[in-house]
Design a protein around this ligand. Sequence first.
Ligand code: SAM
Length: 342
Amino acid sequence: MPERPTDALGRPLRNLRISVTDRCNMRCRYCMPEEEYVWLPRASILTFEEIDRLAGIFAGLGVHKIRLTGGEPLLRHDLAALVRLLARHDGIDDLALTTNGILLAREAGPLREAGLRRVTVSLDTLRPERMQAFARSARHGDVLAGIGAAAASGFDTVKLNAVVIRDYNDDEVPELLEFARSRGLEIRFIEYMDVGGATQWDLERVVSQREILDTIARRYGPVTPLREDDWAPAERFRLPDGTTFGVIASTTAPFCRTCDRSRLTADGTFLLCLYGERGLDLRELLRTGASDEAIAERIRETWISRTDRGAEERAGLADRGVLHQLDSLRADPRREMHTRGG
Ligand code: SAM
C-alpha cells in the first residue's frame, strides 16, 4: 500500500465525502433558497460503478472514511446498492451517510444491511410549521420517522445535525438537545456558514459557538469540553449529567489546519475545500480510459499541493458577505454546497 499523501500543510488524505446527487427534496434557506437551479447534466453524474472504482483508488491512497452526501443522497435510486459496493473495500472502515431523513424510514434497514456504519440526520427544528416556512417541506413527520428507524436499525452511531440561525431556530437549542438526549443520540450544532449557495448569508444571523454554549449552560449547568480527536470538525462537550453534544464552529473558529476532508462532486470533480475553486476532473479521466495507477497519481499530485484554508481566509475578511453571487453560482453549479456535498 502506497504511503498516504499529506498536503502542503501536513494534512493527510484519508477522508472523502462523496456527493451522489445534486438534487434535493428540501429548500433550506441557508443552502438552496432560490426558485430555480442549474442542475448537473444527468449524463455527467457518476455511475455507481464509477464511484466504486474511485473509492477503491482513494482507499489505495489511504482514504478510510467515506461519507455519502448530496444534495439529498436518498434521492439517488437504490443507494444501498452503492453502499454494498463501497463496503467491500478493505481499507474503508468508516462508511457514513448524511441525510435530511425524509426518505430514511424506508431506507434505514436496507442501508444497514448493505454495510453502512453511521448515519447523520439533519434536523433544524422540532416544529413542522417552521420547516415548512424555512425549508419548503411539509415532511417533518417523515424526518422524525426516519430518525426513529435509523435509531432502531443497529448503526454504530446515529447523530443529528442542527444549523443554528438567529431568529429561525436559535430559541430551539435546548429543545433540540433534549430531543436528542431523550433518544440517546448525539446532536451537533452547526454555525451558519457562508458557503456557496448560502445567498442569504448574513453575519448577523450566525449564532456563534460561544452563544450556543452559553444557552446550554444556562439550562443545564457547566459545559465541559472533551479533548479527543483533534481532526474531528466538531468540538464535543459534556453536561453535568454525562450527556454529550458537539458544536461545529466553522464560521467563528475555523479548523482548517486540521481539515482532512476532501470532496467528490456528483459529476466527479475532486475538490480540496468546501470553499475552494480548485478541482480535479476525475470523470474525464475515468471516461477516457485512464488506468487506476494514473488516476491515483493525479489525485496524489493534487493533494500534496493542497494549501486551502478556505474557512480561515473567510474569517479573516474585514467585510464578510456572501461567498458567491447568483450569477457566479449559475455559471458553475459546482460552487453550490448542494453540488459539492455538505
Ligand atoms: N441533504 C442532506 C442533509 O440535509 O443532511 C445532505 C447534504 S446537506 C448540504 C449537508 C449538511 O450541510 C446539512 O447538515 C446542512 O444542514 C448543512 N448545511 C448546508 N448549508 C449550510 C450552511 N450554509 N451553513 C451550515 N451548514 C449548512
